[in-house]
Design a protein around this ligand. Structure first.
Ligand code: SF4
Length: 198
């Protein structure tokens, strides 16, 4: 297994797909490298490409608010990455061949982080990581257990900015994520039973 530094260097030098030709900055990922929850979006937009960090700009501010409302933050207890690490031109969805060229890097990040929960933000992440025929409208908020991870999809923050009516469902999904997080982390936090006399 590669270490973080080697992985980042490999990504920075990467031209496996054409997105490497047009990026300003690689958008590797951000957050706690030992997080229990990994959030995955689709790919960098204009602001992310300029700053080299995922989820900045309006969608990023909303994502930070969503995390805060369930006691999470990119500074403390989650890691945030994307399916592709370089910006698709004009913010189009990454093409299937671009996703699959980049996916091995996300897999290596996942091996290093070893999260318990993976949250797909939007259709591109869900169709790439959970099921190619995944429908966000039908199946958001549903848990899937895959290869030792609990996986769930919810709406991409950019979709919530376009359609306020989705926010209620997104909030319900966030509560499910918080509940699963507590369920999965409570065992490891439990103290061993106290010894009693007799
Ligand atoms: S998007 Fe991924 S695979 Fe394509 S050039 Fe960038 S780092 Fe390489």
């Amino acid at each position: 297994m590669v270490d973080w530094e080697t992985l980042r260097s490999a990504c920075e030098a990467c031209h496996r797909c054409p997105l490497g030709q047009t990026r300003t900055n690689l958008v590797f990922g951000v957050g706690n490298p030992e997080a229990e929850i990994l959030f995955v979006g689709e790919g960098p937009g204009e602001q992310e490409d300029l700053k080299g960090e995922p989820f900045v700009g309006k969608a990023g501010i909303l994502l930070d608010k969503m995390l805060a409302c369930i006691g999470l933050s990119r500074q403390e207890n989650v890691y945030i990455a994307n399916i592709v690490k370089c910006r698709p031109p004009h913010n189009r969805d990454p093409l299937p061949e671009e996703r699959f060229s980049c996916l091995p890097y996300l897999r290596e990040q996942t091996k290093l982080i070893r999260p318990k929960i993976i949250v797909c933000l939007g259709k591109v992440a869900a169709t790439t990581l959970i099921d190619p025929s995944f429908s966000i409208m039908r199946s958001h908020g549903v848990w899937y257990e895959r290869k030792g991870f609990w996986m769930i999809a919810t709406f991409h923050p950019a979709a919530l900015l376009r359609n306020e009516g989705l926010k209620r469902d997104a909030y319900a999904d966030l509560l499910r994520i918080r509940a699963k997080y507590e369920e999965l982390t409570s065992d490891s936090k439990k103290e061993p039973p106290a010894e009693t006399d007799g």
